[in-house]
Design a protein around this ligand. Structure first.
Ligand SMILES: *Cc1c(COP(=O)(O)O)cnc(C)c1O
Length: 402
């Protein structure tokens, strides 16, 4: 008989009862170092006192009122995001896919409202991940995810990641813009070259196209700057965010320049839960932490420390590890052919370390942004032991995860 909880995921047999900072404890008392953060989401760590207190206090007052009324917590959160970014205006929703759907709609509407309604197509990239709704699946373009769900939503033209000639070739009379993750997360922790991002910006300006960034995973401080595109010194026209912005509380957002945002007039877009008092209180608490003086500098410092330690790990284990890649605290360990990232992940669990697999046979590290250098060293030590297990298992199959 089918499980009561729909069997949509391949879940590890671990059930966590509580967490603190970068640590998680299972119901049966096993302790883990969490370098997955619930897929780059628990950005300020588990049970952060300020986030916990804010959520508890807001929940006791009012959680939800709908967007039929003003929501002061949302007004404040939007104003703070505007002050801290390229954006002039912010729309709140509940997830990354919902933010991307809204971003796609905002880009199309901008074209329609400026006399270019025939421009509804987007250039997207191989290895992308934009979500699991029908339109964001089409933008993702992964045949495996699309199969069995009927005709793919029209309007997405996929080209190789990082190839400017392919992008230029794909621009046609129906092109509205480009949608890209500055660092591909699910697709294998692949950063776009900063020059590529600048060239995309320049091309969009040249042809009057819109640049939409998906910063759902790398955004909100994970790169060491608040938004990853800041490293390239460019600004998008519109951007999606989610995962880390609520610190574990479901919250998504579309951040946009005025020339895009002004076209989402009343009645054009909406969501019932989106931007409710509780979610926005959580979002404000996360901003308090991430925008505190010195916080992002420390993320950058610990990220560089982790990067160097991983390079040394690679040198010591070059028989198994092919490459270290990524940016900030979204780092990937690419394994050699014949060594599976899922086996490495299981071996890390056996050592007490939680990670996330990614595409291209990469093991992804996305720790909470509050980790210390000592915790980074500990994780690398556990990864070294996990690699030892893989090596032993290659000699004695079935020993790896025991
Ligand atoms: C996770 C992710 C999404 C989808 O977010 P959901 O909250 O799962 O809908 C979209 N884009 C990127 C880059 C992501 O990493």
């Amino acid at each position: 008989m089918i499980a009561a909880l729909m069997p949509t995921y391949n879940r590890a047999d671990l059930a966590f009862e509580r967490g603190e900072g970068a640590r998680l404890w299972t119901e049966d008392g096993r302790r883990f170092l969490d370098f997955g953060s619930g897929i780059a989401t628990s950005s300020v760590g588990h049970a952060h006192p300020h986030l916990v207190k804010t959520i508890a206090e807001q929940a006791a007052k009012v959680m939800h009122v709908s967007n039929l009324y003003r929501v002061p917590q949302a007004e404040r959160l939007a104003a703070r995001h505007v002050a801290a970014s390229f954006a002039d205006s912010v729309f709140f929703c509940n997830s990354g896919a919902e933010a991307n759907e809204g971003m796609i709609k905002a880009m199309r509407k901008t074209m329609a409202e400026t006399g270019r309604g025939e421009r509804f197509r987007f250039i997207t990239f191989e290895g992308a991940f934009h979500g699991r709704t029908l339109a964001t699946l089409a933008a993702t373009g992964n045949a495996k995810y699309l199969e069995g769900f009927g005709p793919k939503v029209d309007g997405f033209d996929q080209v190789p990641f990082g190839n400017m000639n392919a992008v230029r070739d794909a621009v046609g009379p129906a092109t509205a813009g480009v949608i890209i993750e500055p660092v591909q997360g699910e697709g294998g922790v692949r950063p776009a070259e900063l020059r590529f991002l600048r060239e995309l910006r320049a091309m969009c300006d040249e042809y009057g196209l819109l640049l939409g960034l998906d910063e759902v995973q790398i955004g909100m401080g994970r790169s060491g700057k608040l938004w990853a595109h800041q490293w390239a010194g460019i600004e998008p026209d519109v951007m999606s965010a989610a995962k880390g912005i609520g610190g574990g509380f479901p919250l998504g957002a579309i951040l946009a320049k005025e020339h895009v945002a002004k076209h989402l007039k009343p009645g054009t877009h909406g969501t019932t839960y989106g931007g409710n008092p509780l979610a926005c209180a959580a979002g404000n608490a996360v901003l308090d932490i991430i925008l505190a003086p010195g916080f992002l500098d420390q993320v950058d410092r610990v990220a560089r420390h982790l990067w160097r330690a991983l390079l040394a790990l690679k040198e010591r284990n070059s028989d198994l590890v092919e490459d270290i890649r990524g940016a900030g605290l979204l780092l990937g360990i690419k394994l050699r052919d014949g060594v599976l990232n899922t086996d490495f992940q299981a071996a890390a669990v056996a050592e007490g370390l939680l990670t996330v697999a990614a595409g291209q046979n990469v093991l992804r590290l996305a720790p909470p942004l509050i980790i210390t250098e000592a915790e980074a060293d500990e994780a690398v030590d556990l990864l070294g032991r996990a690699l030892g297990r893989l090596r032993a298992a290659a000699a004695t199959p079935q020993a790896a995860a025991q």
